[in-house]
Ligand binder design. Structure first.
Ligand SMILES: Cc1cc2nc3c(=O)[nH]c(=O)nc-3n(C[C@H](O)[C@H](O)[C@H](O)COP(=O)(O)O)c2cc1C
Length: 203
């Protein structure tokens, strides 16, 4: 494998583990979203964070792909849950991606304004330890949840139950999918699914 696309990264965020080097040379790891931007890989790192300051200081890091959702969650929420025990191996065969450029931008959501930095990484080396591992894509989870809701809505309708709240939730899940990955196959399916359910409900 020679490209991050072959490893399963796409244009919408895939959850990966970014490892960087602390000032004392110990490794640091954090769960972040990463996506393809042409031949390069992009991330958006919040400020302040250890990952961002390590990347700014050292100029390189490693994106580690995993499909272990427990690991990603425990690593991200180490202030809340017992953290996973990570083992670090030297990147002797892997020349780490070098950070090429970054600029700060304000990110607005319902939590207010945060400062984040868009990081563009030049990919130096891609290595597949297990070629079957594909990164988890948030858009896929939205689509799956939407599908579960759609099937429940159909059952509820058949049983003469109210579906208003479930329809709202379905729209939220579909919107989430479209927001994260507007031109993907997941988005196409999510759009089609919502249209089909709405049509059925108005029949
Ligand atoms: C699913 C998930 C995705 C995340 N994605 C990002 C991200 O894209 N960028 C980011 O800066 N932090 C992200 N975080 C938060 C980081 O994992 C981390 O907790 C925080 O940024 C602190 O990083 P640090 O350990 O480098 O200080 C994410 C957390 C979760 C649970």
């Amino acid at each position: 494998m020679s490209s991050p696309r072959e490893l399963g990264l796409k244009e919408s965020p895939g959850e990966v583990i970014l490892s960087t080097l602390n000032p004392d040379s110990s490794p640091h790891a954090a769960t972040v979203g990463a996506w393809l931007k042409g031949e390069e890989v992009e991330m958006r790192l919040f400020h302040p964070s250890t990952s961002l300051s390590n990347l700014r200081r050292v100029g390189e890091g490693v994106l580690n792909l995993t499909d272990d959702v427990n690991l990603l969650v425990r690593l991200a929420l180490k202030n809340l849950l017992p953290p996973p025990k990570l083992e670090f191996l030297p990147s002797s065969t892997v020349r780490v991606p070098r950070v090429k450029g970054m600029r700060g931008e304000e990110v607005e959501d319902e939590l207010g304004t945060s400062l984040a930095f868009r990081i563009t990484c030049e990919v130096r080396k891609v290595e597949a330890v297990d070629p079957h591992v594909k990164p988890l894509l948030r858009s896929e989870f939205f689509l799956l949840e939407a599908a579960v809701l759609a099937s429940r809505i159909l059952v509820a309708r058949k049983r003469g139950l109210k579906v208003g709240r479930m329809m709202e939730e379905l729209r939220r899940q579909v919107e989430g999918c479209l927001r994260l990955s507007p031109s993907s196959r997941e988005a196409e399916t999510a759009r089609e699914l919502l249209e089909a359910v709405e049509k059925r409900m108005s029949a």
